[in-house]
Design a protein around this ligand. Structure first.
Ligand SMILES: Cc1cc2nc3c(=O)[nH]c(=O)nc-3n(C[C@H](O)[C@H](O)[C@H](O)COP(=O)(O)OP(=O)(O)OC[C@H]3O[C@@H](n4cnc5c(N)ncnc54)[C@H](O)[C@@H]3O)c2cc1C
Length: 380
């Protein structure tokens, strides 16, 4: 293993790999340390939906700018990332949700997103499989440029491109400690040796809190367990991702035809356990049947568990900290795949002292010392 590097990234999920690519592209020596394997964390367990419809401008801008990158990414990286833009259809269940939806749409349109409110006829036109009555939906919002990419193909495309530019990715290499002196990063201690560096970037997902503790930083993030399932493949029925903030359900049809989705389990317990539960399976099957009745007859092939890394306002924690050289890139609260391309670009600009395309000052951990504005457009 290298004895020194300009930048050490902890975690080889989508964020670690995308950042390694962006930093290596700028000529720096980059090392990723991953305690398991590429995409072991939330990245390899996610729905990989790409949604620009948020209630906060920060999330909406990060997602919009990321979509612009996603649209060119297969060409840029030389690997197909499986991007499909079938839109996101977000159910509106009552007048309160309608009020919030109208506010969201106004802000989203002001930044140039082609989002609109649609009613029963158009819901059925966009996804004939849906039953608005069973969904208890009075309307929906729809953004046609939202979509989905393959999380494995995207992460590996970034990882391979980073390696091509000289980045090193050490699998099964666990960060055990980070040494500082005078509040400045000095070196990273792993189970395979030590690396001297000026920058450590905390891309450790649901384990970020443990990494931050190594330099004496307490974080407010909480790991939240989430289950997901996938069915047998079907011929193409619909192109959009369907979601509901009220019911917490989301599902879409994958490129190969399977339906993939999730919903909060009614008997959820907290903790890092990964065993699948029958209560999730039962609840998800029931709700899928309500939303899209023909899916009642489809076989479920597999279910699994992953962890959201949730902050008190459901916005990520990005940027510099009180420890010089310790950079945060976590707290993605269930939407860290879709905003990874822009996040990586911004953090690379920060590390390389370039002019940043967008300010991330409001996303630093310092915001929790003041009154926070919560992101409202989240699935529970
Ligand atoms: C069921 C589910 C569905 C989701 N759906 C979506 C979606 O539709 N759209 C979306 O945008 N997001 C979604 N997400 C969220 C998304 O998956 C995450 O926000 C994103 O993948 C986070 O990526 P990451 O690279 O920051 O972290 P992760 O992918 O979690 O990677 C962190 C890595 O750090 C490594 N690590 C931890 N500690 C150490 C250590 N001490 N030493 C070395 N390595 C370490 C871990 O092994 C892991 O590989 C979903 C998540 C889940 C669980």
């Amino acid at each position: 293993m290298e004895s020194k590097a300009d930048v050490v990234i902890v975690g080889a999920g989508i964020n670690g790999c995308a950042l390694a690519y962006e930093v290596a592209k700028r000529g720096k020596d980059v090392v990723i340390l991953e305690k398991n394997y590429i995409a072991y964390g939330a990245t390899g367990r996610c729905g990989a939906g790409i949604r620009q419809q948020w209630s906060t401008k920060e999330n909406a801008m990060l997602a919009k700018k990321s979509v612009e990158i996603f649209e060119r990414l297969s060409d840029e990286l030389g690997h197909d990332i499986g991007l499909r833009q079938g839109g996101y259809l977000i159910a509106i269940h009552d007048e309160d949700e309608m009020k919030q939806a109208k506010k969201n749409v106004e802000m989203q349109k002001s930044i140039g997103l082609p989002v609109r409110i649609i009613y029963e006829d158009e819901i059925k036109e966009i996804a004939p499989i849906l039953n608005p009555e069973g969904m208890n939906a009075i309307a929906a919002t729809f953004c046609p440029t939202d979509g989905h990419a393959n999380p494995f193909k995207t992460t590996y495309a970034y990882a391979k491109s980073a390696e091509r530019m000289g980045a090193k990715i050490y699998r099964f290499t666990e960060v055990k400690n980070i040494k500082t002196s005078d509040k400045k990063i000095e070196k990273v201690v792993t189970n395979k040796g030590e690396i001297k560096t000026e920058y450590v970037v905390n891309c450790a997902g649901a384990w970020s809190k443990e990494i931050a503790k190594m330099v004496g930083i307490e974080m407010p993030n909480k790991p939240v367990r989430k289950e997901a399932l996938v069915t047998e493949p079907l011929k193409r029925i619909f192109d959009c991702m369907v979601i509901s903030f009220k019911h917490g359900i989301y599902f879409s049809q994958q490129e190969e035809g399977q339906i993939l989705g999730g919903i909060p389990s009614p008997e959820e317990k907290s903790g890092y356990y990964t065993e699948p539960t029958f209560s999730f399976l039962k609840h998800m099957s029931y709700m899928l049947g309500k939303y899209a009745p023909p899916l009642k007859y489809v076989n479920i092939l597999r279910q699994w568990t992953g962890f959201y890394d949730v902050t008190p306002d459901a916005l990520p924690i990005l940027g510099k900290t009180e420890i010089e050289g310790f950079i945060q890139c976590n707290g993605f609260s269930g939407h860290g795949f879709m905003i990874a391309p822009m996040t990586a670009r911004l953090l690379a600009q920060l590390i390389c002292n370039e002019k940043m395309d967008m300010s991330i000052d409001r996303l630093s951990q310092n915001r929790f010392k003041e009154k926070i504005i919560k992101e409202k457009s989240v699935v529970g």
